[in-house]
Design a protein around this ligand. Structure first.
Ligand code: SF4
Ligand code: SF4
Length: 487
């Protein structure tokens, strides 16, 4: 077993090395932005949070590339079909007529985001946001592998345009553009069926100028965002950071620097008893600053720029570990926890939010999945009322039926009052293509003797080819005025 003293000495040496390195780095004094540069050069993060975050990112990346090819009951999992003005979510088919359901779903989704932010701060930004995932796990990793870590990147940026700089920058920009183009093509698969996209790509570019122009334009935007705009997207473009500032409270979970333990900060001195000297655990090594992709110093308190990327937690934990000090100087915590130095059990502060979140997700699921498998609308043609034939009173209706079920044929029957009949000029069955809208005209008739009101509500049932009731719709039926003697 390793001697603890030897281990501690080794760690102290490593810390000394880190501090010395920092002192020598003129650019590491304040942020990950060197004074002479107009961009950030964050150090490559490493540690357990980084590892878990990478795993989550890879999971979402695989999902992003796979979803356009996945289907549920033959329908795309997610497709905003702009050409045919239809939408598929989780295999469910939505038309512009479903605007109400979609608006309701969007409101519930927005409420969920707000409640989630109140409870968990910007966890979404650090772990799930496409911008962070692409920036930190795709583009930044390519950059590290071509240009090296922070110091090599700064050096490369400051040196003249020699062969090394031209080749490294040229390679990076080429790879960046190829990745941007790939992302652009895969993004298009969320707006056009992948079979259509494959056909388009196989054709000559001039056969589909709009598609190719859009793809290259989008690739250009992606390239610009991840090559130059980078962290500014989070602070200047995305409204979520501003929302965070409005909704968080003292119980919100965030990445915090524990100033009560960290201050009075002061450089590491291996022969010193920091506690006796009245010094805090922060050794002012600025590793948390140089690793930050947003260029902020978490020790200055919670800032809107912080995207919860956890890089500073890992950086500080590594330093604490080597210094033999307790980890967690920077950690997920809440303002109240830091202030009181008391651990507040998760369930105590988050139970209302988590309960609400779960309830909202069930409501969302219910609204989307309870969407009637077949929807029908019956409208009386303008200017029509009723007519008589064979001792029956007849009303005509225009119908619109949206079939979201598996039924290929449906039958309409009068449910209430039960003595009515539905007739149509053609077959008794209405033929429905799956996920299609069918329109036509039907007649509904009642025996004369049963209609005693000039206007009454009726209910029509929609049955599939096995006779199962799929849905029902209400409308009104007109008959002769009550005082009219028909017999
Ligand atoms: S301060 Fe925020 S954005 Fe910067 S490294 Fe820490 S968690 Fe990431
Ligand atoms: S908070 Fe941690 S990483 Fe940041 S300067 Fe202090 S000791 Fe170094």
């Amino acid at each position: 077993m390793q001697n603890p003293d030897a281990k501690s000495d080794h760690n102290r040496l490593r810390i000394k090395h880190i501090c010395k390195q920092q002192v020598n780095e003129e650019d590491a004094k304040n942020t990950s932005k060197p004074n002479s540069q107009n961009r950030l050069f964050p150090r490559k993060p490493r540690g357990s949070f980084t590892k878990y975050r990478s795993l989550v990112a890879y999971f979402f990346l695989i999902l992003f590339f796979a979803i356009p090819f996945l289907a549920i009951n033959g329908n795309p999992v997610l497709l905003f079909d702009v050409e045919d003005r239809q939408l598929f979510i989780a295999g469910k088919h939505f038309y512009p007529q479903d605007f109400f359901i979609l608006t309701l779903a969007a409101i519930i989704f927005l409420m969920s985001i707000i409640i989630f932010t109140i409870a968990f701060g910007r966890v979404f930004c650090g772990w799930m946001c496409p911008q962070t995932i692409m920036m930190e796990n795709v583009f930044r990793k390519i950059e590290y592998s071509i240009e090296g870590d922070r110091l090599q990147q700064i050096k490369l940026n400051q040196q003249n345009w020699d062969l090394e700089k031209i080749s490294k920058k040229g390679l990076k920009w080429t790879v960046f553009f190829m990745v941007s183009l790939t992302l652009s093509i895969f993004t298009s698969l969320y707006f056009l069926d992948f079979r259509k996209v494959f056909t388009i790509i196989n054709d000559a570019p001039f056969d589909h100028p709009t598609y190719f122009a859009t793809i290259f334009l989008l690739a250009g935007v992606i390239y610009y965002v991840f090559s130059f705009l980078r962290e500014k997207v989070c602070t200047l473009v995305c409204p979520y950071g501003i929302l965070q500032g409005i909704v968080i409270n003292r119980d919100t979970m965030n990445v915090f620097y524990d100033y009560k333990i960290g201050e009075n900060r002061s450089p590491w001195n291996k022969s010193e008893d920091r506690k006796a000297a009245g010094k805090g655990n922060c050794i002012d090594c600025k590793q948390c600053v140089t690793v930050c992709p947003m260029g902020i110093d978490i020790r200055n308190g919670q800032q809107l720029e912080c995207i919860h990327c956890t890089a500073c937690i890992d950086a500080c934990d590594e330093v604490m570990d080597k210094a033999g000090l307790p980890k967690g100087l920077i950690r997920y915590s809440s303002e109240k926890e830091i202030e009181t130095q008391q651990h507040i059990p998760f369930i105590k502060t988050k139970k209302t939010s988590v309960t609400l979140l779960i309830a909202l997700q069930f409501l969302l699921l219910f609204i989307v999945s309870n969407d009637n498998s077949v929807e029908a609308r019956l409208v009386k043609p303008d200017g029509t009322s009723f007519f008589f034939r064979d001792d029956k009173i007849i009303n005509s209706y225009h119908y619109t039926i949206i079939n979201k079920s598996d039924a290929k044929k449906i039958t309409l029957k009068v449910l209430d009052p039960s003595y009515g009949e539905v007739t149509s000029s053609g077959s008794k069955n209405i033929i429905l293509n799956k996920d299609d809208i069918t329109k036509g005209t039907i007649n509904i008739r009642f025996p004369r003797k049963n209609i005693t009101l000039s206007k009454q509500n009726i209910r029509i049932g929609i049955f599939d080819d096995r006779g199962i009731l799929l849905s029902s719709v209400e409308t009104y039926f007109e008959g002769p005025f009550k005082l009219l003697n028909l017999n």
